[in-house]
Design a protein around this ligand. Structure first.
Ligand code: ATP
Ligand code: MG
Length: 439
């Protein structure tokens, strides 16, 4: 049995084996999805990253040796099949391959730890334990094809708007915003942490004169809670822009998401169909509601909420029901937002901070930032943070920091919206949560 490719090469993906290549010799490579042996004829379904094709081996047309090779195959083994394309009204794509050569590149063990053919629905934990098999399912890989399109469109948007990509450290000496959501690590003889947000660094880049920056990278949150929308390692799409305010960057976030959704509809319609999900391209500007109005609305719908409080889960739900799918929540109380958000000039208890929501799911938080050193120092102290641990950051505000604004957008949560999955774990290849550190 052959295991090496040698001079064997794929000529076509299964999805490109169509009536266009009728009568031609092709070589496909992939996994054995199904074997049906009817005695006089054997049907094989071969699956690759892009689709599936039927290989038909009638005993009258193919050699005894090939029939024997096919009978020895086990499900999910990796094979190369060379053969001739012929039409077939029974095969799924209207064509099938009559094999002239079958090469087993790797035989799969049996039994499989889980069935990757989507015939049996497995629990999320079983699936994640054998994620490499789970990801072979078209209904699962579709989520990542859509995620790939999302990042492509996001990068295009940033490039079109002349926003520069940066990479900031994920090993950090102190908390971004204080708080307890930090993973401590040993950094030689000191304690350090995994970065919970690129916030302080992207702001320092404004003082560096980089004008507009973005970063797509991991954020680490040592949050104990175990929900369908939190992970302990997530991907954040962060943007920060000089000489702009909250309204300017809200507009950009709005435009970017409209582009992402339009592109996913245009280029990933097949995957949306696989997932049986529809997402309409939002028209015009996202709805905006001020925090004060939101409090009234939430109370009027029977969920108690005091001015100054963060939204409870119940509050998010009733608000989500009352608003358009996408909406901005603005004018947050300064006290429950991070120290770096800009308070209103004439009403400092409210701030230029916003959240972008999709129904009851928070997608993004952003704000006009404080750019004045003295005010920033005051706010740090007001939040009981130690200015000394922020020395390197504060320094950037003393020598020419421009006014600026920005946001952080949870990429995995946007992917939930795009694909319609309800558990954030579905949108991450190898999710990290309260209980899971492997695979
Ligand atoms: P939440 O209130 O939902 O816990 P947050 O306000 O703590 O979120 P931010 O610090 O504002 O989160 O982070 C910006 C964005 O990053 C969030 O709007 C969200 O989309 C995403 N995000 C934050 N924490 C997580 C997490 N633990 N898992 C997945 N995504 C997250
Ligand atoms: Mg937030």
């Amino acid at each position: 049995m052959e295991y090496l490719l040698r001079d064997l090469r794929r000529t076509h993906y299964t999805k490109d084996v169509t009536t266009d290549v009728m009568g031609q010799d092709v070589t496909i490579m992939g996994w054995v999805h199904e074997i049906r042996d009817l005695g006089g004829i054997i049907f094989l379904l071969i699956r690759d990253f892009k689709g599936m094709i039927q290989v038909t081996a009638p005993s009258k047309k193919v050699s005894a040796e090939i029939l024997e090779d096919i009978r020895a195959l086990r499900k999910e083994s990796v094979v190369a099949v060379k053969g001739t394309v012929q039409d077939s009204n029974k095969a799924p794509n209207g064509v099938e391959i009559i094999p002239s050569e079958i090469t087993v590149l790797n035989m799969a063990d049996q039994p499989l730890p889980m069935d990757p053919t989507e015939k049996v629905k497995a629990e999320i934990d079983t699936r994640l334990n054998s994620r490499f098999l789970d990801l072979r399912k078209p209904g699962v890989s579709a989520i990542f094809k859509i995620k790939n399109q999302m990042f492509k469109s996001v990068r295009e948007y940033f490039a079109d708007n002349d926003i520069i990509e940066i990479h900031t450290p994920k090993l950090v000496a102190s908390a971004t915003e204080g708080g307890t959501e930090l993973f401590p690590i040993t950094y030689f003889e000191r304690e350090a942490f995994l970065g919970q947000s690129p916030q302080l660094y992207k702001q320092m880049m404004m003082s560096a004169g980089f004008d507009k920056v973005f970063e797509i990278g991991q954020i680490f949150r040592a949050e104990e809670h175990d929900t369908l929308r939190h992970l302990n390692e997530a991907i954040s799409i962060d943007m920060e822009a000089s000489f702009m305010d909250d309204e300017d960057v809200m507009k950009m976030l709005n435009e970017m998401l409209v582009k992402v959704i339009a592109d996913v509809n245009e280029y990933r319609s097949e995957e949306l169909n696989t997932l049986e999900h529809k997402i309409e391209v939002p028209q015009g500007k996202f709805e905006v509601i001020d925090y004060d109005e939101a409090v009234d609305l939430v109370n009027s719908r029977g969920v108690e909420m005091e001015y100054g409080e963060d939204l409870s889960r119940e509050g998010e739900k009733v608000l989500g029901d009352a608003m358009d799918d996408f909406y901005f929540l603005t004018g947050w109380p300064t006290a429950i937002k991070p120290f770096y958000v800009m308070p209103y000039e004439n009403k400092p208890e409210k701030s230029h901070a916003f959240d972008l929501m999709y129904k009851n799911l928070e997608l993004s938080s952003g704000a006009t930032r404080i750019h004045q050193y003295d005010l920033l120092l005051n706010q740090l102290i007001a939040k009981d943070l130690n200015p000394e641990s922020f020395e390197a950051y504060l320094k950037a505000f003393k020598y020419g920091m421009p006014p600026h604004a920005g946001w952080g957008l949870g990429a995995d949560r946007v992917n939930m919206v795009l694909t319609g999955v309800e558990n954030i774990r579905e949108t991450v290849l190898f999710p990290r949560d309260r209980h899971r550190l492997t695979p």
